[in-house]
Design a protein around this ligand. Structure first.
Ligand code: HEM
Length: 312
């Protein structure tokens, strides 16, 4: 028996999936290296895409094949509107400016998803099966990183309350892909359209990465580390000592900065001759490089006050 279409589709597009999954923007966003404004920006772009995709779903509601793929429980637009109102306030519609790729994406949807039923299915599969799969991982990471409640305000887009069993739903969706009356040539066209959809999603995320870059990429952290370790080793030691319980403070004899992110700075301290990692949280999440100097100076002054050392 030949390979089911759903398996062929997945295999033929999995490298395109990897490109979408591994964008720097999504990585930075899910790891909490950006701000909630970046999450709001992605939500706004989603709104623009789903506006057209769900208009197309309504357009095909009487089609014997295309209609079978949509389900009211998938509809995302009301959840996106609620998320945007929560994240941006009552004026959220002012933020609905498409980045370049979103304009290209919605133009492509208008071009194919209202005239070619399987073209609609290609885009439908790409977004909704992704939301039901990796989207669930993304939601958990966003909840953790930006202090949002999973399935609650700001994250309703990722919550499919009307679908009790996501795996069973996806299996039934794949069964519909397998049962659809498409010949090999039509299946090939669908695969090409799904590849294009992945490319549009990858490029959209790259566009957002240019608007919301990680303020502390590896090369910036390396520069800050070099500066701290060349010019401020004694200050690093004071900051580390101040984090220790009072009797242990004299046991710390050296410290070098070993890393940082937007929430804290890390050192390798030598305590009783043993290299020991110490992480000191910042008072707030930093969003730009200039804040690092201010925050490290504050930590240094607080350490001086605690240890009874005169500050410079
Ligand atoms: C951090 C980002 C992502 C992660 C971790 C991720 C992870 C996954 C995983 C584990 C699956 C397999 C689930 C299963 O077989 O049940 C999957 C499937 C899928 N993902 Fe993603 N994904 C991510 C981003 C994306 C993006 C950006 C898109 C495109 C818009 C996308 C579209 C899809 C689709 C269409 C499937 C279904 C493939 C199939 O089984 O036919 N994913 N994803």
């Amino acid at each position: 028996m030949s390979e089911p279409f759903s398996a062929r589709l997945r295999a033929a597009t999995w490298s395109d999936h990897s490109s979408a999954e591994q964008t720097t923007f999504l990585d930075d966003l899910t790891r909490g290296r950006l701000t909630v404004a970046a999450h709001a920006a992605l939500t706004a772009q989603h709104y623009l895409v789903y506006q057209v995709l769900e208009e197309a779903a309504a357009h095909w509601s009487g089609d014997p094949v295309a209609a079978g793929f949509h389900d009211d429980a998938l509809t995302r637009l009301p959840a996106l509107a609620e998320d945007l109102a929560f994240l941006l306030g009552a004026d959220w519609r002012d933020a609905l400016t498409p980045v370049a790729t979103t304009a290209e994406y919605t133009a492509r949807l208008r071009q194919v998803a209202f005239t070619w039923p399987s073209g609609f299915v290609a885009h439908h599969y790409n977004r909704y099966l992704g939301d039901l799969s990796g989207g669930q991982y993304v939601a958990r990471a966003l909840a953790r990183s930006y202090g949002l409640a999973l399935g609650g305000d700001g994250l309703r887009f990722y919550a499919f309350d009307g679908i009790a069993d996501l795996t069973a739903f996806k299996d039934a969706y794949r069964a519909r892909l397998d049962a659809a009356p498409w010949d090999a040539a039509e299946q090939d066209r669908i695969i090409e359209e799904v590849k294009l959809a992945y490319r549009l999603n990858t490029d959209l995320l790259a566009d957002l990465g240019r608007v919301h870059p990680n303020p502390f990429p590896a090369e910036v952290v390396a520069q800050i580390m070099r500066h701290m370790n060349d010019d401020h080793p004694a200050d690093s030691l004071l900051i580390c000592r101040a984090t220790l319980p009072e009797p242990a403070r004299p046991d710390a004899t050296a410290a070098v900065m070993s890393g940082m992110d937007n929430r804290g700075i890390e050192f390798q301290a030598v305590i009783k001759g043993v290299e020991t990692p110490i992480r000191v949280p910042f008072a707030q999440q930093l969003t730009e490089r200039a804040q690092v100097r201010v925050e490290v100076t504050r930590l240094y002054r607080e350490a001086c006050a605690l240890l009874g050392v005169p500050a410079r």
